[in-house]
Design a protein around this ligand. Structure first.
Ligand code: ZN
Length: 133
């Protein structure tokens, strides 16, 4: 039976693991995992567990409704761009932050800050978020 990349990713997430793929040709890390390397397109990749440690580079929040109703109970929430120590960028919900305009401005002025994974259970689906502060 074929290995489902998506199922393995979500099974890992449910266990608190960030599973990605590491390319055997160029060494690039693809996260979330896909069937081909994001750097060179090679299909020759192996699973790798990422540390989850990263830096929050961008933090904002929106006034638009969440893109999927399953996130309604979380809204309003912070949303950001995280660079993981493996070099990949992830867009995710950011928890543990004040998302008032003043706090967002202070975050911007302070620059990148460390984050750790915060895996949310959203109606039974594990969702990767990051906790700041
Ligand atoms: Zn590659």
């Amino acid at each position: 039976m074929a290995d489902s990349t998506v199922k393995k990713y979500y099974d890992g997430l449910a266990q608190g693991k960030l599973l990605g793929k590491k390319c055997n040709k160029c060494g690039g890390v693809t996260f979330p995992p896909t069937t081909a390397c994001n750097e060179c397109g090679s299909y020759e990749q192996d699973w790798t567990e990422l540390s989850g440690r990263g830096r929050l580079l961008f933090l904002s929040h929106g006034i638009a409704p969440p893109p999927n109703p399953r996130f309604n109970d979380l809204a309003p929430y912070g949303y950001g761009h995280v660079k993981l120590e493996e070099g990949v960028y992830v867009q995710a919900i950011i928890t543990g932050v004040d998302i008032s305009p003043d706090a967002l401005r202070k975050h911007f002025e302070a620059g990148p800050s460390p984050v750790i994974p915060d895996i949310l259970d959203v109606e039974g689906l594990p969702v990767l978020a990051f906790k700041a502060g």
